[in-house]
Design a protein around this ligand. Structure first.
Ligand code: ADP
Ligand code: ASP
Ligand code: MG
Length: 407
């Protein structure tokens, strides 16, 4: 008897016809005693369409109301999918995040799951029902609806799989696994049969949108194997787990990721004295703005002034500008420049530890392609470069070709 959590993304449930196909497949593959929990996203572009509706009302809507609005997308999917299972004679019930016991903090639009109490799900499974849960949403202790950030249904699925001690969490999507680069950008990208949590987390954090980063963290925390596979074909996809079981551990570089949701903020002419960086970044932290690459460069050592450059997500650029301009004014800085025409390209691989030359190779590939690097940052298992947004795809292809040359 297996307990499996299966998550179907937006393109997999885009139409009722696609939902009916999912029902047929799930029922055909289900063993008699298997317990199945299905997590679904909103249909097709529903979330984007809801965001557009909100934008028609105002440019900076309340995040609480936005979450109330966005959570409706997943509610449509769960009700229709549960009906489709019932239509085939399979007892089924839909549950919202609240009903599924998903508690979050109250950081609207990017809430974090703080606990899961899956009693209702367990009761329904025991009663012989297939349970369909709304992805992407949870509830605060004040019973306000929250959402978990774009792509958050992945996190709902993996967190539920962990809390229910499921055998596996299957992520069904519109690609048949995790590739060495986004297969829509690099046609020659290679499918991986497995990847570790740490490398997948880094790929996801650096922009590989196939999995939400939080979901991979959850998988690692609970040690649940995650199987990323296609909704539309049946061949095996990519298994994300703690360690490699096959020869794939031999790879030094696992993949190339890119992220277009980046803005570069430059604070110019900052006084060079203790406490300034703290002042700036603690204000951003208070506003729940994640800062990524940070560089401080000496502008003029005689005048004791620096430039501080950092990146935030494009979606938080406007909010960041307001906060940083205020601080810059207080400190008498020269000015603040926010540039949204940048993107980040990264190489990821645990094997790069102790392998000098990876950075040189990456910079060489960009140099030969005539691509200028604006900011560089590194972690133990990745190197990232900021480049102009309009050439990021060329940058991804050039770097991929260097590390994964076509035979
Ligand atoms: P879903 O709606 O099923 O959650 P997403 O659009 O969120 O699907 O994620 C799937 C997409 O992730 C793919 O269509 C692909 O373009 C993109 N992607 C980015 N990087 C990778 C990668 N390294 N491997 C596979 N897919 C990737
Ligand atoms: N519907 C949400 C989104 O579009 C959550 C998800 O699809 O995972 O981001
Ligand atoms: Mg997704």
């Amino acid at each position: 008897m297996a307990l499996v959590v299966k998550k179907f993304g937006g393109s997999s449930v885009a139409t009722t016809e696609k939902m009916k196909n999912i029902v047929n497949r799930v029922l055909a593959e289900k063993g008699e005693d298997d317990n199945i929990v299905i997590v679904v996203s909103a249909m097709g572009d529903t979330t984007d369409n809801l965001l557009e509706l909100a934008a028609e009302i105002g440019s900076d809507p309340s995040r609480r109301e936005l979450d109330m609005l966005l959570s409706t997308g997943e509610q449509i999917s769960i009700a229709l999918l549960a009906m489709a299972f019932q239509e085939k004679g399979c007892p089924s019930i839909s549950l919202t995040g609240f009903q599924a016991g998903i508690r979050t903090n109250s950081v609207y639009s990017k809430a974090k799951i703080i606990s899961i109490d899956p009693v209702r799900i367990e009761r329904e499974l025991k009663a012989g029902k297939l349970v369909v849960v709304a992805g992407f949403q949870g509830i605060t202790t004040d019973q306000d609806i929250t959402t978990l950030g774009r792509g958050g249904s992945d996190t709902t699925a993996v967190a539920l799989a962990g809390a229910l001690k499921a055998d596996v969490c299957e992520i069904y999507t519109d690609v048949d696994g995790v590739y060495s680069a986004d297969p829509r950008v690099v046609q020659t990208a290679k499918k991986m049969s497995e990847i570790t949590y740490n490398e997948m987390l880094e790929m996801a954090r650096l922009g590989a949108g196939v999995m939400q980063p939080r979901s991979v963290e959850m998988g690692k925390h609970y040690n649940v194997p995650i199987h990323v596979r296609s909704t539309f074909t049946t061949q095996p996809g990519t298994i994300i787990r703690e360690v490699y079981t096959m020869e794939e551990r031999e790879f030094i570089i696992r993949g190339v990721a890119h992220d277009n949701n980046v803005a570069k903020v430059a604070v110019l002419g900052v006084p060079d004295k203790p406490g300034i960086a703290y002042l700036l970044f603690s204000e951003l932290a208070k506003a729940n703005i994640d800062v990524d690459m940070i560089v401080q460069s000496i502008r003029n050592s005689d005048q004791n002034i620096n430039d501080i450059v950092f990146t935030v997500s494009k979606t938080e650029a406007a909010k960041t500008r307001i906060i940083v301009e205020e601080i810059a004014k207080q400190l008498g800085c020269f000015g603040v420049d926010v540039d949204e025409n940048v993107a980040k390209v990264s190489v990821v691989g645990a094997g790069m530890l102790g392998n000098p030359g990876i950075a040189a190779n990456m910079f060489g590939a960009l140099g030969e392609a005539g691509i200028n690097i604006e900011v560089i940052s590194t972690s133990e298992i990745s190197i990232s470069c900021l480049v102009r947004a309009d050439i990021v795809k060329q940058a991804v292809s050039a770097i991929h070709q260097r590390f994964f040359p076509n035979e």
